[in-house]
Design a protein around this ligand. Structure first.
Ligand code: BDP
Length: 726
């Protein structure tokens, strides 16, 4: 008990000096959802003030210090009061933050901690002599930090601090961002400025952004970051760069954020001076082992490697006649002594494989189920093609019961209008996670594959391709922050409702005013279907202009590889449109469980959202509403445009509740979105009309230009493209 009473006596003022100060105090978006502002509602404020009269914070290392800073800043601002850090046992209602093992018995006997896992936490009211307290407890320091962020969120959302019985543990082990950041600070598929990693000034200069980045991630439970692009540069594995990576790892550590690196498979040749990168070659095996030892000697808690191999020109084991299994196990063996993991990506497709691109990953990985080392995760994109506005879930989910599969979502909006379109992605993520694979009967949700519960997996993970850059507000579009936030929340708990996530984010980022939260939440929830409607309705996919993927390009048919051409995906001809993936076509459906195959194969049961993904149907095919497919397409495209108009109308009503800066930014961005939605509608419908030869449905507005105009548009400097792909 004595030791327990060793305390932080530091006052609010003292700690404030240690706090990471926001760059500006105005609401410019830099502060994300953590821009604590004073609670204006007097009743709520007084309630909190009487409930929180002091803080007891367990003494400890760097993470405890961060907790102290966050509480000082958060409570100091929200409650506009100088809360003191006190000893336990005095009078008054306290916030008690301490690991379970360090709490006194008279407190712990009032708590049930069986469900508390690594990184988890409990927030609970406990009455003890002297006061009625709120206790945040955990098994580890990081759990306390996560609990602290949750607690502050309760205040940001004006939730009552009574009858609290919060027990939270992450359902997924590895919850990480993948940065597609190049060493020259460009970002592949990045639309929010340049990379926040300034490799030139690292390791000596620690940008405040690195700290704020770690803090933001910790606030939603993200615990890993792969800082370099999957199209990897071997230089990141050289001592010169590892020293810089170490500096980042040191900043991130107190926030529970581990660093991972992308490993270029040919690194043993490029930086190791070997003649081969053959995974079965003894020298190559030794080289990776030495490299892993070296990395861990510099960064003892290094997470592991993320690998893109034999995909889109990246080197890999197949260059040597070996398999993904050989490659993944090679790196896994090198990392295993240090408890590192390999995330081997399943995003592979080869120009030498004439089958449907949607089938290739499954064909290459599923036969080796169960043969991967224990520290290998296969990282699978949510759908079988490539982050489209809508895809059916990837058939690999549930099909490899003996191998950990981790989810890869794309947070950056490569195929969803870049950072200028408001599209709330957690809705898309939720749709995928709640899809039923039927691999172990009804209810075998993708979420259960990801959290490991379907097949009792020990290692689980979810990755999101980051949308963060040097833009002042991190994500370009102010609403892009919701996608980062929501990804983190779903990685923590893949069963969460995207609507609840939107609610949290809006309240923490803008205001609790119901006049704002209600309509804007509705707008966010509908935004995903809007983008599907104005880009890729009824199961269309990959009809983006090629290379940069900015805007429509359904006519592109001249690229060297068939599957790089949009015509490969829509297959429009005089008879109809769509990709036949049933038995009469590519039979990609065969890769799904029988129940799923049946549902998608039968036109009666195939949801119309996936119609043209799985079927080639005639232009005059009757949709469920009795209209022809052709009319239906036009109506959907029009609907997408109209939905953006509705978003604009909603936003116009929000002026009283938002700061001027963000109000204006979102207004301008929504107008870009409207312009581009019309562009998509007009370009696609005019192009498809050259096949259907039918008039536009009466519901559709007339296109603004002729098809030739849309075909002539060129964007050689559209952002995010790899220079070599231009
Ligand atoms: C595609 C992107 C490309 C990435 C690739 C990947 O267009 O830039 O390198 O995915 O995931 O969507 O590796």
């Amino acid at each position: 008990m004595k030791q327990f009473l060793k305390l932080y006596t530091t006052t609010f003022l003292g700690l404030f000096l240690l706090t990471s100060t926001p760059l500006f105090s105005m609401s410019n978006g830099y502060g994300l959802w953590l821009d604590y502002t004073k609670i204006k509602d007097k009743v709520v404020l007084e309630g909190y003030r009487s409930q929180l009269q002091g803080i007891y914070l367990e003494e400890g290392g760097a993470t405890l210090k961060v907790i102290g800073e966050e509480l000082t800043m958060g409570l100091g601002t929200l409650l506009d009061t100088n809360l003191k850090f006190n000893a336990l046992g005095g009078d008054g209602n306290m916030l008690i933050v301490s690991k379970y093992m360090n709490l006194p018995k008279n407190l712990t006997e009032k708590m049930e901690v069986d469900d508390l896992k690594k990184e988890g936490y409990i927030i609970k009211n406990v009455d003890m002599e002297g006061g009625s307290h709120v206790v945040i407890t955990a098994r580890d320091d990081i759990g306390l930090l996560y609990g602290t962020f949750h607690f502050l969120r309760l205040l940001q959302m004006h939730k009552p601090l009574k009858n609290l019985e919060i027990v939270e543990s992450p359902k997924v082990d590895i919850r990480m961002l993948n940065h597609w950041d190049n060493l020259d600070r460009t970002i592949e598929r990045g639309y929010s400025g340049f990379s926040i990693w300034n490799w030139q000034t690292l390791p000596d200069y620690i940008d405040q952004r690195y700290i704020d980045y770690a803090r933001a991630n910790a606030s939603v439970g993200i615990n890993g970051t792969a800082v370099t692009s999957v199209n990897a540069n071997a230089l990141i594995l050289t001592p010169h760069y590892l020293e810089k990576v170490k500096a980042l790892a040191d900043v991130f550590r107190p926030y529970g954020l581990k660093v991972y690196l992308t490993a270029r498979f040919s690194a043993p040749i490029e930086i190791g001076g070997l003649k081969t990168a053959d995974p079965l070659d003894a020298k190559v095996i030794q080289w990776w082992k030495n490299k892993a030892d070296e990395i861990y000697s510099i960064i003892p808690d290094f997470g592991g490697f993320l690998v893109k191999a034999n995909s889109e020109g990246q080197p890999g084991p197949q260059n040597y006649g070996r398999t993904h299994l050989d490659g993944a196990n090679l790196l896994a063996d090198a990392l295993a002594p240090h408890n590192g993991v390999v995330m081997w990506r399943a995003f592979v497709y080869s120009e030498h494989d004439p089958t449907d691109r949607a089938k290739q990953a499954y064909n290459e990985f599923v036969p080796d189920d169960g043969k991967y080392r224990e520290n290998v995760l296969i990282q699978v994109k949510n759908g079988p093609i490539d982050f489209q506005p809508r895809e059916p879930f990837h058939p690999m989910f549930g099909a490899m019961p003996n191998t950990p599969l981790m989810m890869e979502f794309q947070i950056t909006k490569e195929y969803l209008g870049f950072a200028t379109h408001l599209v709330y992605l957690p809705k898309l993520f939720e749709e995928v996670l709640k899809s039923d694979t039927y691999r172990k009967g009804k209810g075998s949700l993708v979420a259960k594959v990801i959290d490991g519960s379907l097949n009792h997996k020990k290692l689980t993970g979810m990755a999101g391709v980051s949308n963060i850059g040097t833009d002042f507000n991190w994500t370009g579009h102010p609403f892009g922050q919701a996608d980062w936030y929501g990804f983190g929340r779903l990685a923590w708990n893949p069963y969460m409702d995207s609507k609840d996530i939107a609610d949290e984010w809006l309240r923490c980022t803008f205001t609790n005013d119901e006049h704002f939260v209600g309509p804007v939440k509705k707008m966010m929830m509908e935004s995903r279907e809007a983008v599907v409607n104005y880009m890729d309705p009824l199961g269309l996919h990959h009809i983006f202009d090629t290379g940069h993927h900015y805007g429509p390009g359904p006519w592109v048919d001249n690229l060297s590889r068939p599957e790089w051409n949009p015509v490969y995906y829509h297959k429009a001809d005089s008879l109809g449109i769509g990709f036949d993936r049933t038995k009469t076509g590519s039979d990609a459906l065969f890769q799904y469980a029988p129940e799923v195959q049946k549902m998608f194969t039968d036109l009666e049961t195939c949801p119309e959202e996936y119609l043209l993904w799985f079927h080639h149907v005639p232009w005059d095919y009757r949709l469920k509403n009795g209209r022809t497919l052709w009319d239906g397409l036009g109506i959907k495209y029009q609907k997408g445009v109209d939905q953006v108009r509705e978003m604009i109308a909603t936003w116009e009503q929000m002026k009283p509740y938002v700061d001027d800066l963000r109000y204006k930014q979102v207004t301008m961005l929504l107008n870009i979105q409207l312009k581009e939605a019309k562009w998509w509608r007009d370009a696609c419908m005019l192009y498809f009309q050259t096949f259907s030869k039918m008039d536009f449905p009466k519901e559709m507005e007339a296109p603004e230009h002729a098809l030739e105009y849309y075909r002539s548009l060129q964007f050689p400097y559209a952002p995010g493209i790899r220079p070599s792909w231009n």
